[in-house]
Design a protein. Structure first.
Lengths: 92, 92, 92, 92
């Protein structure tokens, strides 16, 4: 079973929390808060998104490259190529 | 008038678009998509959030440091100190 | 006097330390160290360079935008435009 | 043979180029150049270091996780654990 399936409840909880942070940014803009306050909220949401990305990446490394177990996991070569493509778009 | 007030409609539209990207990530996890696909969506949402941060930061630099015009904008010293605090938390 | 002039000895010491880290990476590659070790050294040098950037940026914010004192410091508008250009190239 | 050994000449050339960029930053500080100019050089050196990191990371993914070939390459589990540790220190 895919790691994002196994960890689905935990990952969904994280995404929803970040969505809540976005709603907070929206409310701060609506309420015409000072830009420094809005910026702190954006930095925090971005940090949380980075944490989520790292979490999913770690699962990908283990389940799709180091140790694929299901036929649906694909080959190691595919998993490695996918991760490399993601790192290239992320580390621009 | 504060830059985040002047640009409120544009900034709100951007935040809502990013919130939509978060909902897309949630749906991809619910639908048990492959982690590479989820990762591409996370990288895209994170890039959009970085763009929003830069936008608000630019307004802050102009309205609160270079050229504060309203009494409510605060002093240049305050604006500079706020930006420095944000850069420190962002550029860890 | 420009902040990078006033803080010249401290900034030069930092740049030289980072140059030393680069020499360490070169030696690790020459000695055919394991890539994980090389990567840790690269991450450390990159972190140090980020710290240096933040330091110079903070001086720029104070001396060229919030509080320019010498004629050679240029106008606030110029300082703000320069910082925005740098943030755009950095936060891609 | 380890990927950093196979690609040693190319990687060394890259590290030396970045070292040259650091020397350029040192000269700019010595010559008391305007901070905006120093900042552009720092952003460029940091970008080059990110590119080097990605290059070594890609080799690590292929040689130490997806497809280790030599006994000296270590196990896939070791390679995966090393990459995860590096991503954690990098994506703080």
């Amino acid at each position: 079973m895919n790691h994002t399936v196994r960890e689905k409840p935990k990952l969904l909880a994280r995404v929803r929390r970040i969505r809540g942070q976005l709603e907070g940014i929206e409310r701060a803009l609506e309420a015409e808060k000072r830009s420094a306050e809005v910026l702190h909220q954006i930095v925090a949401a971005r940090g949380a998104l980075t944490g989520l990305m790292r979490e999913v990446m770690e699962g990908h490394i283990n389940s799709h490259i180091a140790n694929p177990q299901d036929p649906g996991d694909g080959t190691r070569e595919q998993g490695a190529a996918e991760l490399i493509a993601i790192l290239r778009s992320y580390m621009k």
